[in-house]
Design a protein around this ligand. Structure first.
Ligand SMILES: NC(=O)c1ccc[n+]([C@@H]2O[C@H](COP(=O)([O-])OP(=O)(O)OC[C@H]3O[C@@H](n4cnc5c(N)ncnc54)[C@H](OP(=O)(O)O)[C@@H]3O)[C@@H](O)[C@H]2O)c1
Length: 342
């Protein structure tokens, strides 16, 4: 009998999440004759760790329902079909799904809206379908193209710039002729953002770690002000950016990771929104399935042709997932955080 190792949500965090909120368990993997018509058995090669999972651990009102206790942690996965009772899937197919924090999943592909898609790995590595060519990439694409709508020559700033979403935002904005400034934590991340990803500048918020110093560095990096801001973090960075926004600037509110453990993130001077006639729009990528074909076409082409660079932090084995996830919430990842399962 093959064993499926799974990680369950065992308890809800009080403030900061800890490893004790998770539990590693074992379950049997079904055999082909145990599958019912329409079901597909997938062996996961990589699972994705994403900041949104922290929100699902809470039992509070949000845009999505909380994850129930003692169920497999939610999450994106890529892997290979190992057994199938669905005509469209055959063993060996590479697939993207929402298999969760476990080594195998069974998907009923005959159910309308079932999340299982075949992916082509000829020119794009399988893992990239969880990063630049997957949900984080489409998030970057939507916020930048549909909300910020940058024009050549404008200045775009993005926080968490070395990460899965931020790295794509900057490269897409550079491809559209913008001046692009990243904000990241640490010299290595900032060097990567400018030297590898081609941003024009990057501000290390751990060096410029008080509002005055950060604002000064931001002013130097944005001599013409800021036209578009892609927000991933919140707090001091958002306050400083608001002071540099040009009239009719656009802010895509993608994430506020600095507050995911529940700490308040007050905004110092909301009057700047009025004075500068700013547009600020929050969005959730899963509510915009209509952009996936266009976005993944551009992202896939850029990755396949080497025009979109990406970096991954890869934890090894299912048991490493809780630590790797807690690290992601503290910036220990450098690029898209994945767990490699085989
Ligand atoms: N709206 C949507 O539909 C949607 C979809 C996907 C992702 N998101 C959001 O997009 C953002 C980025 O997600 P991602 O998957 O690309 O993650 P990521 O950027 O690859 O990793 C998270 C990064 O956030 C930074 N960070 C963590 N805690 C921080 C803090 N207290 N202050 C400042 N920076 C902190 C760290 O970078 P540094 O070391 O540089 O600080 C860390 O590496 C998150 O806010 C996420 O919730 C939203």
């Amino acid at each position: 009998m093959t064993i499926n190792h799974q990680i369950l949500l065992a308890s809800r965090p009080q403030g900061e999440a800890t490893v004790d909120n998770f539990k590693l368990v074992e379950a049997p993997v079904p055999t082909l004759d145990q599958l019912t018509d329409g079901q597909v058995l997938v062996r996961h090669h990589f699972m994705s760790l994403d900041p949104y999972m922290r929100g699902r651990m809470n039992d509070s009102k949000s845009y999505a329902e909380p994850q129930p206790l003692n169920t497999v942690m939610i999450g994106g996965t890529v892997g290979e079909v190992v057994a199938s009772k669905h005509a469209k899937f055959a063993p060996g197919d590479k697939v993207l799904g929402m298999g969760g924090w476990q080594e195998y999943s069974v998907v009923d592909a005959s159910v309308k809206g079932a999340m299982l898609h075949k992916v082509d790995t000829t020119h794009i590595p399988l893992s990239a379908y969880l990063g630049s060519v997957g949900m984080p990439g489409v998030t970057a694409w939507y916020g930048l193209i549909k909300i910020i709508a940058p024009k050549a020559g404008e200045t775009v700033v993005v926080s968490a710039a070395s990460g899965a979403v931020g790295s794509v935002v900057g490269q897409l904005a550079k491809a559209r002729g913008c001046r692009v400034v990243g904000v990241a934590g640490g010299a290595d991340k900032c060097r990567y953002v400018t030297e590898e990803l081609g941003f024009d500048a990057c501000i290390d918020y751990k060096v410029h770690n008080d509002p005055k110093a950060f604002y000064k560095a931001l002013k130097e990096a944005t001599p013409n002000g800021i036209d578009g801001y892609f927000e991933n973090v919140g707090g001091m960075i958002l306050d400083a950016v608001l002071l540099r926004m040009n009239a009719f600037g656009r802010i895509a509110m993608c994430g506020l990771i600095a507050g995911y453990d529940g700490q308040p993130l007050p905004m110092q001077n909301p009057a700047l929104i009025l004075v500068n006639r700013l547009k600020i729009e929050g969005f959730i990528v899963s509510e915009h399935p209509e952009v996936w074909p266009e976005a993944t076409m551009e992202l896939g082409t850029m990755v396949a042709t080497g025009k979109m660079k990406f970096r991954e932090s890869v934890a090894q084995g299912i048991a490493s997932a809780p630590e790797a996830f807690l690290g992601l919430l503290k910036g220990k990842n450098f690029g898209k955080q994945l767990v490699k399962l085989i």
